[in-house]
Design a protein around this ligand. Structure first.
Ligand SMILES: *Cc1c(COP(=O)(O)O)cnc(C)c1O
Length: 476
């Protein structure tokens, strides 16, 4: 037995060393990868091994091959997509999750993993002030949270129309209406596709300058056909601007028409955890389902998303799994009855750890300070003659375009120049941004989601952006 234990010890100690070095170097290492695809491929041994080798050596080799191709999204100067880092306790909890290797589909297979999800699920509902009776699911991310919520919506809406969709499928089914904003996230589109609704079936309502759905047009659509069973998909936190749909106005209208209201709040729902920001999500708790992420703003390791559903019966009926060989516990919660997967990772541990580490005050502080840093970065560059703010932060997202120094009145030139500035910033290693297109304009998205970002990162970033503008300009 001792020999086997030694095998673990050596591999785990190497992993600890490499992880500790990696995290310790975040402030000094360049944020972006410096190698191209060919160079990265060349770092790896592509030969299928004939003979094995000691676990610890495998870990060393893996680390050596991987490190140069890792984008340091754990860095305090990573501002792309909406990607957070990970809090120390949640990384460590995630390691333990792997060591424990629990199959978290059934209570009997892993009681602790089932109960920790019950606790963390309850805490999250309290944080977001969602109904206590809402059911929940720990899934891989907001993609699957959107899917899980919309699956429950599908059950509920078809039931209401007298159709058992789980049994009969779509052949001969009554028609369902889906209303979304034109700026819905691509994962909503994909969820609709996976659910068999078909993407073209969704009515896409135009959005305002923040990407928020137009209230009048939604109301008009309900008036146009008041009876047809409907799912209305709203958004808390538009991916580019962080804009919020008007829940207080639209949810009551939808409910008058017996519609199901789903809210995609991958990061934006977290505003509910802040006293200062919760006005943005006023009445969001009156919706029927909510999807959000842990791996974005809560800063827990991938992959971690959460679905909440105000109709536990619809949730259960749409997704439960009753295979005879799976003994189910009558008191405890069998996760597989609430999630798309059977065998699955015990995701509750890392979420539990992060919430414990932060407390509600720590979470509130995380949300508010990342929003402030986003504003600080925008304020630090907005007076540059070539910078134009397209979306000032509502929360932790902003959009900036850099005008071409000579042809600044030509949109396409501004887009090209903006991409050049971003490339210069990323090449400096000082910060990391990505371009996006919003309302036809190519621009730079500033997304501040990582817990590590501090005042000094903000200063370094502003300097890096200004230097990059000057450097790109000098090459024009
Ligand atoms: C990121 C995001 C998603 C998808 O979340 P994943 O965790 O990447 O699956 C969905 N909706 C919005 C608004 C997002 O920002």
């Amino acid at each position: 037995m001792n020999n086997l234990n030694n095998l673990y010890t050596a591999a785990l100690e190497r992993a600890f060393q490499h992880a500790n070095d990696y995290l310790g170097d975040l402030d000094s290492d360049p944020v972006d990868v410096e190698l191209n695809y060919e160079q990265i491929k060349a770092l790896w041994d592509w030969n299928l091994p004939l003979d094995g080798k000691p676990a610890a050596d495998v870990i060393d080799e893996l680390n050596t091959s991987s490190r140069p191709g890792l984008v340091n999204n754990q860095s305090g100067r990573f501002f792309s997509f909406v990607i957070g880092g990970s809090h120390p306790s949640s990384i460590a909890a995630d390691w333990l999750t792997s060591a424990w290797d629990q199959n978290s589909g059934l209570y009997i297979a892993t009681p602790s993993a089932a109960v920790v999800e019950e606790i963390a699920g309850k805490w999250l509902k309290q944080l977001f002030q969602l109904p206590e009776y809402a059911s929940f699911a720990f899934v891989t991310g907001c993609q699957m949270a959107n899917f899980t919520c919309l699956l429950a919506a599908r059950n509920h809406i078809f039931n209401q129309a007298g159709w058992d969709i789980e049994k009969n499928g779509f052949y001969g089914a009554p028609k369902i209406r889906i209303i979304t904003g034109e700026y819905k996230h691509s994962t909503v589109t994909k969820a609709l596709r996976m659910l068999g609704f078909g993407t073209d079936r969704a009515i896409q309502v135009p959005c305002d300058e923040h990407g928020n759905i137009n209230n009048e047009l939604v109301i008009a659509e309900f008036k146009r056909d008041p009876e047809i069973p409907t799912i209305l998909i709203l958004q808390a936190g538009e991916i580019n601007t962080g804009g919020y749909d008007d829940f207080a106005t639209l949810i009551p209208v939808a409910h008058q028409h017996k519609a199901w209201v789903h809210v995609d709040g991958a990061f934006g729902l977290w505003a509910k955890a802040s006293t200062k920001l919760k006005h943005l999500v006023k009445d969001v708790e009156t919706a029927d389902s909510w999807a959000t992420d842990g791996h974005k703003w809560l800063n827990v390791p991938y992959d971690s998303g959460y679905a909440f559903i105000a109709h536990p019966d619809a949730h259960f009926m749409s997704i439960h799994q009753g295979a005879a060989y799976l003994r189910q516990d009558d008191k405890a919660r069998d996760q597989m009855n609430w999630t798309p997967e059977l065998s699955r990772r015990a995701r509750g541990f890392s979420t539990f750890a992060a919430i414990k580490e932060l407390g509600t005050t720590g979470i509130e502080n995380l949300i508010e300070r990342t929003c402030k840093y986003c504003t600080d970065i925008v304020d630090g560059i907005k007076d540059h003659p070539l910078a134009e703010v397209l979306a000032y932060p509502i929360i932790n997202q902003a959009l900036v375009q850099f005008h071409h120094p000579k042809e600044g009145d030509i949109e396409i030139r501004n887009g090209e120049f903006t991409e050049k500035v971003i490339a210069e910033i990323n090449a400096s290693g000082e910060a990391f941004f990505q371009p996006t297109t919003f309302k036809g304009k190519r621009c730079m998205r500033i997304s501040v989601s990582g817990w590590r970002t501090n005042e000094s990162d903000v200063k370094r970033t502003i300097t890096a952006i200004i230097n990059a503008i000057e450097s790109a300009k000098s090459k024009m």
